[in-house]
Ligand binder design. Structure first.
Ligand SMILES: Nc1ncnc2c1ncn2[C@@H]1O[C@H](COP(=O)(O)OP(=O)(O)OP(=O)(O)O)[C@@H](O)[C@H]1O
Length: 498
C-alpha cells in the first residue's frame, strides 16, 4: 500500500521542476518531493488539513521512495527516515515515532504544501537556480532597528562624485531595504544641477544599473540625498509579518490596505475607500500578483465578511485559486474567462444601480450615509490581467468605465492589474477615473509615463519594488512589497471566515 498520495496538479509541478528546473526529465521524482518538504518546513505555521483532500488523480509513493526507509545500501546512508521523522516530531511537537499514520499524514501535508508553494512562486520561464537561492536560503528579514551603516566605501562615492565635477561631504549614510541613502553636503548650490545631470555617469562609475540612482533635495540647507541600490544579494526582505501586524487590531481606515515598506523601512498603507480605485501595472515577474495579495490579505485580515466582499476576475485562472474558498465571493465564483468576467462586471454595475436606488429610498446620498442606517458590505473588485480581457472583448470597457466613474459612492472599488500598460488597455476614460496608480518594474519609460505620468518605473529593481502615485502628492513614493506566501494567504482567509 502506498504511503503518500499526490494530486494531478502536484504531479504537474513535479514534472515541470524536473524538465525545466533540473533540466533532467528523467530525474527521480523523490528529489522534487524532498525539495517540497524542505520548502514547507521553512514555513513557521503547520500545513492545513485541507491538504488531505486530493482533487484530481495524481500518483502514489512509498516511504522507501520518499524518505529512503529501509534502504540499507551504503550502510544505510540513504535512509533518511529517522531523521525526517525526528524533524517532523519537533516541528509538530508530537512523537511521530509512535504513530506511523500521523507521520505519513504530516509528511504528505508538508510535501503537498511545498509543491503548492513551488507552483505559485516559480514558473518555468523563471530561473530555477535563482528561485532556489532566494526561496531556500532566505536572507535575514529587516529588523526595525536594522538600519545601520552601509558597506559601500564612502571613498568610492566621493571619488565618483569628483569625476562628475562635484566636491561633496558625505554627512550621513543609512542602509535601507534595498538602497543605501547618502546625505551629501554640497558647498556650491550649482552642484545640485550638475548632480542631477550626472546621475547616469555616477551609475556607470559605481557599477549600478542605468538610471537606478535617485536624488532628493534634503530638508536642511545644502543637503542632497542620493539613493543607490545595493547588489541583490545584499537586499533585505520585507517580512509578511509587517503586513500582519499592521492590519491586526482596529484601524481608522475604512478599507485598510498595507502596500509595503518605504525605502528606509517604514510601513506604508492607504485607505482604499478614499483611493477609491487602483491600477497595478508592471512587466511579467515584477511582483504584481504578490502586490494584489497584499491588498487582498490586508482587507481579509482586518475586516469581517459583513464589511467587505470580494469580486475576483482572473483570466490566468491560477493566481486567485486560494480565495475560491471564500464563502461570499461576489457572483459566487472567481471569473476565469471572458464570459464569467463579463457576467461579474455587469452584475457589479447592476449592484451599483440597485444600491443607488436603495439610497434614494433611504433618503441618503451615498454609501457612507447609508451605512449609518443599514448594513451593507463594501465590495472590492480585483481584475488580474486587464489587457488580456480587453483584447478578447472591448465591450468589457463599458462596465469598467461606468464602475470607475460612479461606483465609489455605492461602496464599490476597483483594483485593475495589467502586464501591458498601453493606451489601448488603459484608455483615457478609464485613466482619468483610476486615481491611484502602482507601477512595478516596466520595460520602457513610455509605459512608466502611462501609469504614473512620469518616467522612473523602468529603473525599478523588480520583485515588489514599486512606485505609488497618489492624487495628493506630486511625486510617486517608492516602496518595497512583502513577499506573501500561500500560507499567509490561507491565514488571512481563515481569519476572514471566522
Ligand atoms: N515583495 C517581494 N519581495 C521579494 N520577492 C518578490 C516580491 N514580490 C514578488 N517577488 C518574487 O517575484 C517573482 C514574480 O512575482 P509575481 O508572480 O507577483 O509577478 P507578476 O508580475 O505577477 O508576474 P506574472 O505577470 O508573470 O504573473 C516571484 O518569484 C516572487 O516570489
Amino acid at each position: 500500500m502506498a504511503d503518500i498520495y499526490t494530486s494531478y496538479d502536484d504531479e504537474n509541478i513535479i514534472e515541470q521542476v524536473k524538465t525545466y528546473g533540473f533540466r533532467t526529465p528523467k530525474a527521480a521524482k523523490y528529489r522534487v518531493l524532498r525539495l517540497a518538504l524542505a520548502k514547507s518546513l521553512a514555513i513557521d505555521t503547520p500545513p492545513d488539513d485541507d491538504l488531505d483532500t486530493l482533487v484530481g488523480k495524481g500518483s502514489e509513493y512509498s516511504l522507501e521512495q520518499v524518505t529512503g526507509l529501509g534502504n540499507s545500501k551504503n550502510d544505510g546512508a540513504l535512509d533518511y527516515d529517522d531523521a525526517i521523522r525526528a524533524i517532523l516530531s519537533v516541528y509538530h511537537h508530537e512523537d511521530l515515532f509512535d504513530s506511523d499514520a500521523r507521520y505519513k499524514k504530516f509528511l504528505q501535508r508538508h510535501i503537498r504544501r511545498g509543491l503548492r508553494e513551488i507552483r505559485t512562486s516559480w514558473n518555468r520561464g523563471h530561473s530555477f537556480i535563482h528561485w532556489l537561492r532566494e526561496e531556500m536560503i532566505p536572507e535575514p528579514p529587516l529588523e526595525n532597528d536594522g538600519l545601520g551603516k552601509t558597506e559601500l566605501e564612502q571613498g568610492q562615492l566621493e571619488a565618483a562624485l569628483k569625476e562628475i565635477g562635484i566636491v561633496a561631504e558625505i554627512k550621513e549614510t543609512k542602509q535601507g531595504i534595498r538602497l543605501n541613502k547618502y546625505s551629501l553636503y554640497l558647498a556650491n548650490i550649482h552642484h545640485l544641477d550638475i548632480l542631477k545631470k550626472g546621475l547616469g555617469k555616477l551609475s556607470f562609475r559605481l557599477g549600478v544599473p542605468d538610471d537606478s540612482i535617485s536624488l532628493e533635495v534634503g530638508t536642511e540647507a545644502g543637503i542632497a540625498n542620493l539613493y543607490i541600490p545595493r547588489e541583490p544579494n545584499l537586499w533585505r526582505i520585507v517580512p509578511p509579518q509587517r503586513l500582519i501586524e499592521w492590519t491586526s487590531g482596529k484601524r481608522p481606515e475604512k478599507l485598510p490596505v498595507w502596500l509595503g515598506s518605504t525605502v528606509m523601512g517604514d510601513d506604508f498603507a492607504l485607505d482604499l475607500a478614499e483611493a477609491p480605485h487602483i491600477l497595478v501595472a508592471g512587466a511579467t515577474g515584477s511582483g504584481k500578483t504578490v502586490c494584489l495579495h497584499s491588498i487582498l490579505c490586508s482587507l481579509l485580515l482586518n475586516l469581517p465578511s459583513s464589511q467587505v466582499q470580494l469580486a475576483l476576475i482572473d483570466p490566468k485562472g491560477t493566481e486567485f485559486t486560494l480565495y475560491g474558498k471564500l464563502p461570499n465571493l461576489f457572483g459566487g465564483q472567481i471569473g476565469r474567462n471572458i464570459v464569467e468576467a463579463s457576467e461579474i462586471l455587469n452584475a457589479l454595475v447592476e449592484e451599483m444601480e440597485a444600491r443607488n436606488q436603495r439610497f434614494i429610498e433611504l433618503g441618503v446620498r451615498n454609501y457612507e450615509e447609508a451605512s449609518q442606517k443599514i448594513q451593507m458590505p463594501r465590495i472590492v473588485a480585483v481584475v488580474e490581467e486587464l489587457a488580456d480581457l480587453l483584447m478578447q472583448s472591448r465591450d468589457l470597457e463599458t462596465p469598467l468605465v461606468r464602475l470607475a466613474q460612479k461606483a465609489r459612492s455605492a461602496g464599490i472599488h476597483l483594483i485593475l492589474a495589467t502586464q501591458r500598460p498601453d493606451s489601448a488597455t488603459f484608455s483615457g476614460l478609464l485613466r482619468s477615473n483610476i486615481p491611484v496608480r502602482i507601477a512595478l518594474r516596466v520595460q520602457k519609460h513610455t509605459e512608466s509615463s502611462i501609469i504614473l505620468d512620469t518616467k522612473g518605473a523602468e529603473a525599478l529593481l523588480g520583485k515588489g519594488d514599486m512606485l505609488v502615485k497618489l492624487t495628493d502628492k506630486p511625486d510617486p513614493i517608492r516602496l518595497h512589497g512583502a513577499k506573501l506566501t500561500d500560507d499567509n494567504i490561507a491565514q488571512a482567509i481563515a481569519h476572514y471566515c471566522r
